[in-house]
Structure formats: structure tokens, C-alpha cells
Design a protein around this ligand. Sequence first.
Ligand code: HEM
Length: 406
Amino acid sequence: MTENRAFGRILDRANRADPYPLYAELRKTPVTLQEDGSYVVSTYREIVALLHDPRISSDRRNLDESFAAREPGVSGQPPAFIALDPPDHDRLRRLAMRHFGPPGTPDRVESMRPELAAIVTGLIDALAGRERADLVETVAYPFPVTVICRLLGVPREDEPKFHGWSTEIVETIGPGEDDMAERQRRRDRATGALGDYLGDLADARLGDPGDDLLSGLLAGGGEQGGMSRAEVVTTATLLLVAGHETTVNLIANGMLTLLRHPETLERLRHEPDLVYGTVEELLRYEPPVHFPATRVALDDITVGDTTIPRGAPIVLALAAGNRDPDYVSAPERFDPCREANQHLGFGGGIHYCFGAPLARLETQVALGELARRLRNPRAVADPPPYRPSSSLRGPRRLVVDFDGVR
Ligand code: HEM
């Protein structure tokens, strides 16, 4: 394995605005060993193979029993299903899916379209009379937060309470510049605090159920084969965080990309159906999730000419795979009409994004309406300032000037 130093520079905040040339450098070595002993995989075919390989695990405790004894989980609670392997992963994901929509169909989500459009309309109406706004603060963030709060039955006005914990959780996901163990401790603390908040909410809901997801998860628990209280809490924590911290970035990355491609922005105003291909291409070209949670090898795994040893952490560089020229032609070109777009924006395999139908719909509605209603929008700063995380990448602010709203 030849030496490849691109990954360290990708983690460097100074390169957050444009890591793509570094991904091209990283892909020259499909598997790179880092100083901390982790292996970074950056080419499309190899990432897809690993996402479907039962020898990679999302739960270090499955490495050996001593790990299981040492790491009982946050505050003694079970990890959420994103951090579990089968069979527990499959059981909990299936139970959560049951309340989220009919199995295998996005109908429940599709039926939310008018409600989602009304939320976005309200947020854009509030921009009337202004000629400058931060689109993260005014649309990209409040929109998915409102949606996931309504779905879960979390009071929207509690957002200032859970915002800090949620931010801490996402900023410590995946690899970072600081120590891995310290990141894990910070994440555990924030997850525990958010779990306590949602646990109190769940207890209140138990005596007074509504038609929200939290009540649904609680129903049929215990002996009837549903989730335990602890499992409800960790699942609700996962859904609350995953349900908005990623979508905000797709909407913001998307709007920035459209501002850089004014011809597509203009076409969207007259061809609303172009938004479907636009969102798929954004999931490839400017995805929010660059590195999902680090996996561990349960066995020696040979990838190309490298053997990843049992016990080694594995980082899957999804955003690098998305621009692999061996998988897609002209990968550096933003093309909303691209066909057969099998991007890695939602991951793959058993952990494929649970919320993909909702995330797609939210982003289609938000970008469609922003394109239609903002008159002549221009980015005030390009590149804008970015959030610190290299794993969940997106602008912290996206300030635009515009000539009013339609
Ligand atoms: C998993 C991306 C929105 C819930 C994932 C994964 C990715 C992803 C890449 C795989 C993680 C892994 O392999 O470790 C995104 C993006 C979104 C988005 C780009 C927005 C644009 C949502 C929403 C929800 C959600 C709205 C909830 C309503 C989840 C859950 C998992 C997951 C629960 C774990 C699935 C499992 O472990 O089986 N997401 N997501 N996501 N996502 Fe999303």
C-alpha cells in the first residue's frame, strides 16, 4: 500500500469548502491505512462491496465478549439500531418502520406533501419585504426540524433544549481531527442527555398517547414483541437527530449548488419536475453524509491488494465514491438529468437510510419552492462558512441577496 496523505487534509477544517480534489487524490489508493490504525476506503465498487459485507460491523461489541462487558452502551441503554448488527438491528428497524409507513411503500410520506409544502410556504412568506436572508437559519434548518418534531410528537418549542445535544452528536460522528475516544465520550454524554429528555416525553405519552411516532413506538411494547422503553428512547433519539441534521445540509448544499448553476435554478422555475433529478444528483454531487459511522472488521477482509485485519476500524468515504470516474462519467459535472444515478448519498446495505423517502420529499419541496419564489437570488459569500464536521458536511450559514419573493 503506497502512502496517501489526502485523508488527513480532508479532516482539516481549512479544506471543508472543497474537499473534492482531495477525494480524487485519496481514490488513487482505494484503501489507505491511517496513523490511528483505521482503514479508509474511497472507491465506489469497494465501498459498495463492504456495505453489503456481513464481516463489517457497526457494533464494536460484536468483536468479542470482553468488549460487550466493557461497553454496555450509553447510560447502560442499548445503542440505537444504526449502531447495531443483525439480528437486533433488523428487529428494531422493522418495528420502527411499521409505525413510519406501510412496509415497502413511501405512501405515508407522500401523503405529507401538502403539509410539507404549507410549512415551506410559511417560511418563505416570512421573507417578504426582505432582500437578504440566511437560508440555513430561515428555511433549511427550521423546515426539517418542524417536520420531524411533528412526526415524533416532540414539542417544536423545545428545539432550543435539544439543539445543543443534537449538534454535539453529529459533530462527533465519524472521524475527526481530535482523539477518537474523546469524541466517543462527548457523543455518549450528549446522547444520554437527549435520551433523558425523550424518556421523560415518552413517559408522559404512555399515559396520554397521541397519533405520533413516539406513541406508536411505545404501543405494543414488552410481551407483545414491541420495543422496550429503553429501545423506544434510543430509537426516538436516532430519528430526531438523523431526521433533521442531514436534511438541513442537503437543502443548504443544494441551494448553494443551484446558485452556482443559475441555468438549472432558472429551469426549475418552469420545469418543476426537474427537481426530482436535481435532488438525486445533489445526493451524489454534494451529499450531506461524507463518512457514516466508523465500522469495524469482524474478520480479516481483503480489499484489492490490502488485507484489513480483524478489529480494525473502517471508514467508508461515501462522497469520494460518489465521484469515482470508474462508476460515473464526468463525475465533477453537476447534471440534474443524469440517468441511472446509483449514488451513495443514503449509504447502502442493511443500514441504507431509513428516512430516504422523507428526506427526498423535504428537499424536493424546499428547493422547488425556493427556486420558484426567490427573485434573482445571489450568494453573498461563496464559499459560505461551513459547519466543522467533515462527516456531515454543510454550510453553517448561506446568506443570499434577492429582489423580494414572488
Ligand atoms: C441512515 C443519509 C435523512 C433516518 C443513513 C445513512 C446515510 C443517511 C448515509 C447510512 C448510515 C450508515 O451506513 O451508517 C441521510 C441523508 C438524509 C437523511 C443524506 C437527508 C438528506 C434522514 C431522515 C431520517 C433518517 C429524514 C428519519 C426520518 C436514518 C436512520 C438511519 C439512517 C434511522 C439508520 C438506518 C439503519 O441503521 O438501518 N442516513 N439521511 N435519515 N438514516 Fe438517514
